[in-house]
Write a protein that binds this ligand. Structure first.
Ligand SMILES: [Fe+2]
Ligand SMILES: [Fe+2]
Length: 287
């Protein structure tokens, strides 16, 4: 990794400020009427408020190492986008738990515990490495969601689908920022490869635990969870299909690829009936 070459590759990064009305949609199985697919996405959302705070803190701790003004701007954009994601997903989580009768504290506890453990046991650079690895995971999930490759939102309620597309677009926009900060902070590529394996394991373990709790609460038997595993890893295999992209991270010369990102972002046309955006406060305050 040559620190001199590390520059943001996706243009300026700016947080959007969306408002969604998901009160009714989140009360039911919003993702194509599928209990498993709904629980899988809801479980991902449960990890975001604590996980994205962890990402922000990990990057912020190394902000002083960043000398390049363009990358400094990208770091501010990254922090701004993740901060809005946290807030929107905290509201999403509160809504679906209240409407479905889930115990939000119980569901969130393992995610909070994972973050607490990392903060107490990992060095700042190891926490940044975990952020880089999880940003890679997020970026490949986001690309698959935006290009509709495996139909992960097929038949989804359009309001909720719009929220997931907004988040996926911003993950695509800022996907190389943590990697670039890690590089200028002297992070070791070998550590990244090891970190991707354990962060992926933890991500799946915590997600599936929350999915099982929610399915049990709704009275579903183990066959629904088993069917979901087939959906993820068998056919259509929305996670199985990501394995080739996941493994690119393990190559010694890995850098976040940006081919196709601009098209993914430009291909998103938010429906004003499903989401509204407040003006960017940074732009608003300018004369
Ligand atoms: Fe995010
Ligand atoms: Fe992110």
């Amino acid at each position: 990794m040559s620190a001199a070459t590390r520059m943001p590759r996706n243009g300026p990064i700016r947080p959007r400020h969306p408002t969604f009305d998901l009160e009714e949609a989140l009360a039911g199985d919003w993702n194509g009427g599928s209990a498993f697919r709904t629980a899988f996405f809801n479980a991902m959302s449960l990890s975001f408020p604590s996980g994205e705070r962890f990402f922000i803190d990990a990057v912020r701790e190394h902000e002083e190492e960043v000398r390049n003004p363009v990358l400094r701007g990208a770091v501010r954009g990254f922090i701004g986008q993740e901060a809005v994601h946290r807030r929107v997903h905290a509201a999403y989580n509160e809504t679906f738990c209240r409407r479905r009768g889930y115990d939000l504290d119980e569901l969130e506890a393992p995610f909070l515990e994972g973050v607490r453990w990392s903060e107490e046991n990992l060095s700042p650079l190891a926490r940044l490495a975990a952020t880089v690895a999880l940003e890679h995971l997020t970026a490949i999930l986001a690309a698959a969601l935006l290009d509709g490759r495996a139909g992960s939102l097929a038949g989804a309620d359009p309001r909720v689908a719009e929220l997931w597309r907004w988040h996926a677009v911003e993950e695509t926009e800022h996907k190389s920022v943590a990697f670039d900060v890690y590089a200028v902070s002297g992070g070791c590529p070998k550590r990244l490869r090891q970190t991707l394996k354990y962060t992926t394991f933890n991500f799946l373990r915590d997600n599936f635990r929350a999915v099982r709790t929610m399915l049990r609460h709704d009275g579903h038997g183990p066959e629904v969870f088993a069917g979901g595993m087939w959906y993820l890893f068998g056919w259509p295999g929305i996670l199985r299909r990501l394995i080739p992209e996941w493994t690119t991270f393990l190559r010694r010369d890995f850098e976040p690829p940006n081919e196709g990102d601009a098209a993914l972002v430009a291909g998103w046309h938010p429906d004003p009936a499903m989401v509204s955006f407040a003006p960017d406060p940074a732009r608003r305050s300018r004369p």
